[in-house]
Design a protein around this ligand. Structure first.
Ligand code: SAM
Length: 268
């Protein structure tokens, strides 16, 4: 039996069948396509991965890791799978116009992707991250270690989780908070709704419950030259901009597909 034979028999979209076969064999895409020998144990392991995918489990959870920024981030059902638009938020925050930040905070860190991605760019910065989910934080801690970065993690509600001594000192604040409204939650594809934590997504009737509270406290925590980059739902970006409190100035940035996606700003 060869990889070519099992690919032909797989009941998954071809690119997914290839990805899972690469995962289980450790071979490159061209090798699995051309066909390399497959022993019985590996063929059974492959059919188990395919079965998981056929139940609707996200392929990233089955593969176990995703590339993000300069890092490899482990993902499982303790946290949201980091999305390409969040990787673009990392890219925007990685090219600040001013001095490199001394203190970076990632609120709602989930798998830790943003905090770890920024720690790998701003090697001299102190990086702090928090999340209300202990389960997500345990994954984030493992990810920080596996990527050779130092991030201090805290559990709790938004800024409440952070040590008081950081008030007024944050040079770069990033956050991808929950921003899915109740009506949008009802429309989510089952691959998201049934597998990823709803705590990572649900944000009340207008999708702004968490962002509203985050923005209200932001002026207290930013340093005099502090910047912020916050991901928002494309349907709520204008309303979110209207919630930016006095003392800060911000604009909406688009993602790579042209959708309004980020609040970017600093002290006025
Ligand atoms: C959209 S996910 C983002 C995860 C990660 N930053 C990313 O971009 O992939 C939102 C995260 O916020 C966390 N969260 C939800 N409500 C929170 C709150 N009130 N305070 C802190 N974290 C919260 C969830 O547990 C989840 O990990």
């Amino acid at each position: 039996m060869t990889t070519r034979d099992v690919l032909a028999a797989a009941r998954l979209p071809r690119h997914e069948a290839e990805r899972l076969l690469m995962k289980v064999t450790g071979r490159s895409r061209s090798e699995v396509i051309i066909g390399v020998p497959l022993d019985d144990d590996t063929a059974i392991a492959y059919s188990l991965l395919c079965r998981r995918r056929l139940t609707g489990e996200p392929i990233q959870y089955i593969e176990g890791t995703i590339p993000f920024a300069l890092c490899e981030i482990a993902v499982d059902n303790r946290a949201l799978i980091p999305r390409p638009e969040t990787e673009y938020l990392w890219e925007l925050a990685s090219t600040l116009p001013d001095e490199p930040p001394a203190l970076i905070v990632d609120l709602c860190t989930g798998s830790g992707a943003l905090a770890i991605g920024l720690a790998s760019v701003y090697r001299d910065a102190e990086v702090v991250a928090s999340d209300i989910s202990e389960a997500a934080l345990s994954l984030a801690r493992d990810n920080a270690l596996a990527n050779g970065t130092t991030v201090r993690f805290f559990a709790g509600d938004l800024f409440e989780a952070l040590p008081e001594e950081l008030v007024g000192r944050v040079d770069l604040l990033v956050a991808n908070p929950p921003y899915v409204s109740d009506s949008e939650m009802a429309e989510l594809p089952s691959e998201v709704a049934d597998w990823e934590p709803s705590l990572a997504l649900a944000a009340g009737s207008d999708g702004l419950d968490v962002i509203r509270r985050l923005l209200a406290r932001l002026p207290d925590w930013l340093s005099k030259t502090g910047w912020f980059f916050i991901e928002v739902g494309s349907a709520h970006a204008t309303e979110a901009l209207g919630l930016v409190p006095p003392g800060l100035q911000a604009h909406v940035r688009r993602d790579l597909t042209g959708r309004d996606r980020y609040l970017v700003g600093h002290r006025s």
